[in-house]
Design a protein around this ligand. Sequence first.
Ligand SMILES: O=C(O)CCC(=O)C(=O)O
Ligand SMILES: [Fe+2]
Length: 369
Amino acid sequence: MGKPASDEEELGVDPAFVLPPEHRPNQLPPPNYNNTFNSLLSAAATQDIPVIDLSQNHTALQHHLLDQIRNACQDWGFFQIINHTLPLHLYDDVHVQAKKFFALPLQEKKKVQRTAACPLGFNDTELTKNVRDWKEVFEFVPRGSLELPLDLEGSGSKQVKVFENVWPHNFPEFRIACERWAAALRGLAFKLLELISQSLGLPATYFHDFFIKDTTFMKLNYYPRCPAPDLVLGVSRHKDSGGLSILMQDEVGGLEVKRNDGEWIRVVPRRDAFVVNIGCMIQVWTNDKYQSVEHRVVVNQHKERFSVPYFFNPGSDTDVEPVPDLVDIDHPPKYWSINWGKYLKQRKDGNFKNLGVENRQIYHYAREY
Ligand SMILES: O=C(O)CCC(=O)C(=O)O
Ligand SMILES: [Fe+2]
């Protein structure tokens, strides 16, 4: 990327991936891989994000569950859920098919490549904060197509552009596995949204209508082994921008969450758990009561890694602003209204090419900004 080849030889990787020193990962001692989830528990960081048991979701224990969710959202912005009742064999199918897809020759994957014109499909040049991520991604929308506004400047035009999923040809089992898993996740996403509403003292279905025509994205993330894991990241530090993120990861580990004291904490992979985190739109709705927390992905020299996030997002035409019930004289609204469709479009454009400026963030809509 404009640098002499010698830089690459010296660094071990293309300089486009190399982070400024202050954003490079801290190296954990090399884990003792023998391919089981348990062996990794001992090698990972000493504190884990809260693990919440969803089987408590019945009258006798619901109070307790809501307390746990409130505490996790306030203290971490992240938690893991167990006893979620989703059939894991559907995830295993996705994992198997994802492995097959990413093992295809690059020219095959590029046939379904994401372009400047369409934010769906395969991508191996994603940027986070304008540095290349050490990963390959396949992205699709569970609804089949995505409608985004054309006008970002506020001319009042309601014109939209419709993007369709792009699936690899002659690979129907890949599409079937992805669509089945996405369909199974939608119910869980609404359930989590209800619990979050209740944990805020709002009616369970308070946010439902915003998500009826959801713009949910799913990603299959593939992080290849990396010769220089101390210089690059699979995904640089970022906050998820939408509603809720619900992620399955394999046993390798690498996801790190920024604790409120600024320390990066490794999320311990659990076969039976989803990682759930609050996105920026929930931060705006809750007027900062629940915040979207920075996280990043560390890669490693020994093992490739897969993860499958489900980004549960509101409908494109949703105007997101602090919920009136969460605002009062002591807690005045911190944000102006954000049109989710326009915000999403701007962020997608920024992830695709280096626009030379910081990507759109919610603090650009903060009232005192
Ligand atoms: O791979 C992971 O564990 C997290 C990925 C992530 O943060 C993202 O895709 O936004
Ligand atoms: Fe993320």
